[in-house]
Design a protein around this ligand. Structure first.
Ligand SMILES: CC(C)(O)CC(=O)SCCNC(=O)CCNC(=O)[C@H](O)C(C)(C)COP(=O)(O)OP(=O)(O)OC[C@H]1O[C@@H](n2cnc3c(N)ncnc32)[C@H](O)[C@@H]1OP(=O)(O)O
Length: 257
């Protein structure tokens, strides 16, 4: 089935989604979110895909939820439809997701990036939660994820003033893992996604689950969870292959089992 708001392709073991509403700076309307979930469903089900890469355009990763679509909503509609639930499915994916962000990542765009596992930023990237200027606040996880990532002081300032931060500030704050010259962003992001996709898929998925557990539980519980998952990894063929390959000084050939 074709996509109206996305470009979706598979490059080797990387599933690539490019948000494609240039006329609206990739504002996230209901069609785009539904299509993004459809694309991610496909990649999750495809054993040939080991990592997903989500990107936008040079000018905008995404300028937030589509304000024109949202502006007419009332409380019963937003409560009953709870459209944000569909967005949150991105954060529930089990395969690793890399976000390659150039230009604006604002409001829901910043929230979408934070639902991914790694954010790589072009040097022209700008992040922010400007919802307060619209008379609302972040509703797709921004007040929670941003606060856990950058800390209360900066999250509070960004959410209460709507100020944008540039890529360097985002890197200093721990929001992005790396800043890359804009012209090299896609090549670097593909390299990162390909590296992840070359690992054992079950081991990468368990690693993602374990790192995410750090956000959801106490340190003691998290350590216990990590230990159990670590033990379980010794039941995989890929653990045998990975360690044997090291001993034999050759590249590992993972079979994803
Ligand atoms: C998910 C929730 C619940 O958390 C809520 C949200 O995400 S609310 C949305 C938060 N985002 C914003 O408030 C950002 C809104 N956009 C801007 O402030 C500016 O567009 C900009 C600073 C990102 C870029 O400014 P500029 O370069 O001057 O471009 P524009 O002329 O403003 O925009 C071009 C074109 O795109 C349309 N556009 C931009 N953002 C959105 C949006 N979020 N929703 C709908 N449409 C958007 C803008 O209206 C322009 O379209 P035309 O007027 O030319 O048809």
């Amino acid at each position: 089935m074709a996509y109206e708001t996305l470009l979706v392709e598979t490059r080797g073991r990387v599933g690539l989604v490019t948000l494609n509403r240039p006329q609206a700076l990739n504002a996230l309307n209901s069609t785009l979110v539904a299509e993004l979930n459809r694309a991610l469903d496909g990649f999750e089900a495809d054993p040939g895909v080991g990592c997903v890469l989500i990107t936008g355009s040079e000018k905008a990763f995404a300028a937030g939820a589509d304000i024109k679509e949202m502006s007419g909503l009332n409380f019963p509609q937003t409560y009953l439809d709870d459209f944000i639930t569909a967005w949150d499915r991105v954060s529930q994916r089990r395969k690793p997701i890399v976000a390659a962000v150039a230009g604006f990542a604002l409001g829901g765009g910043c929230e979408l990036a934070m639902m991914c596992d790694i954010i790589l930023a072009a040097d022209n990237a700008r992040f922010g939660q400007p919802e307060i200027k619209l008379g609302v606040m972040p509703g797709a996880g921004g007040t929670q994820r941003l606060t856990r990532i950058v800390g209360k002081a900066k999250a509070m300032e960004l959410c209460l003033t709507g100020r944008m931060m540039d890529a360097q500030e985002a890197e200093r704050s721990g929001l992005v893992s790396r800043v890359i010259p804009a012209a090299e962003l896609m090549a670097e992001a593909m390299k990162t996604a390909e590296t992840i996709a070359s690992m054992s898929l079950p081991i990468a998925m368990m690693t993602k689950e374990s790192v995410n557990r750090a956000y959801e539980t106490t340190l003691a519980e998290g350590i216990r969870f990590e230990r159990r998952v670590f033990h379980a990894m010794f039941a995989t063929a890929d653990q045998k292959e990975g360690m044997q390959a090291f001993v034999e000084k050759r590249p590992a050939g993972f079979q994803n089992r």
